[in-house]
Design a protein around this ligand. Structure first.
Ligand SMILES: [Fe+2]
Ligand SMILES: [Fe+2]
Length: 224
């Protein structure tokens, strides 16, 4: 045991020493390599530096473009006013996508797929805004039952979206399922617009409503 304990530090020390020792020589070797490399870089006169600079500039431009894209996606909600007005505007956008889908027939499979993707994105962002901000606020203001019911329904929104994405878009069953889904979503949105949201807005102070609007937009921006 003592031997092992004594050996271990020795081994690691000797490993460290040999690494240091090894570092010297390989460094020389590396030095000659790196000299050779830097010599060739110098031949290219700062090309690696230019490449790093270009990559960094590309990254910054990419991040900026992504931020602008997110801001554009979130803008209609952010400009709609208070949190409940923004969510109503998003509900309306969802209804319009449903309208477009209902105008398709079984031959428009690509259009159905594209519109279903749009619906999925709109509902996913909307769900994050509601679940991460509005429903959480509801629970904090004596509307836990309502928040839990609405949250439960969001689970079935995802279920319908999954089922529709897996079904044959040429089948008459597809549009029937879509109509069933729309009916469920319409009931959910109506309950929010006509009952739950007005009650919450009235129970909050002006400052609390402002804070909820900011929190909701922040959540939307994250997933926009
Ligand atoms: Fe909802
Ligand atoms: Fe909603």
């Amino acid at each position: 045991m003592a031997t092992t304990a004594a050996d271990r530090p020795k081994t690691s020390r000797s490993r460290a020493a040999s690494t240091r020792a090894g570092n010297d020589k390989p460094n020389e070797a590396k030095g000659s390599n790196s000299n050779a490399k830097s010599g060739s870089s110098r031949g290219g006169l700062g090309q690696p530096g230019l490449a790093v600079g270009a990559a960094a500039a590309g990254l910054v431009a990419g991040l900026a473009a992504n931020f602008v894209r997110k801001a554009i996606v979130q803008a209609p909600s952010a400009l709609a006013g208070q949190w409940d007005e923004a969510l109503k505007a998003e509900h309306q956008a969802v209804r319009l996508i449903f309208d477009k889908i209902e105008k398709t027939d079984e031959h428009n499979t690509t259009k159905r797929a594209t519109l279903l993707m749009q619906l999925k994105h709109a509902l996913a962002k909307h769900a994050v805004e509601e679940e991460n901000a509005v429903y959480a606020c509801l629970r904090d203001h004596a509307q836990k039952t309502e928040a839990d019911k609405l949250n439960h329904e969001h689970g079935y929104v995802k279920q319908y979206l999954y089922d529709l994405s897996m079904m044959d878009r040429r089948s008459p069953k597809w549009i029937a399922k879509l109509r069933e889904f729309r009916s469920m979503v319409e009931d959910h949105m109506r309950e929010e617009e006509e009952s739950v949201f007005p009650q919450l807005r009235a129970s909050l102070t002006e400052e609390e409503n402002k804070q909820l609007t900011m929190a909701m937009n922040k959540e939307g921006l994250k997933v926009a």
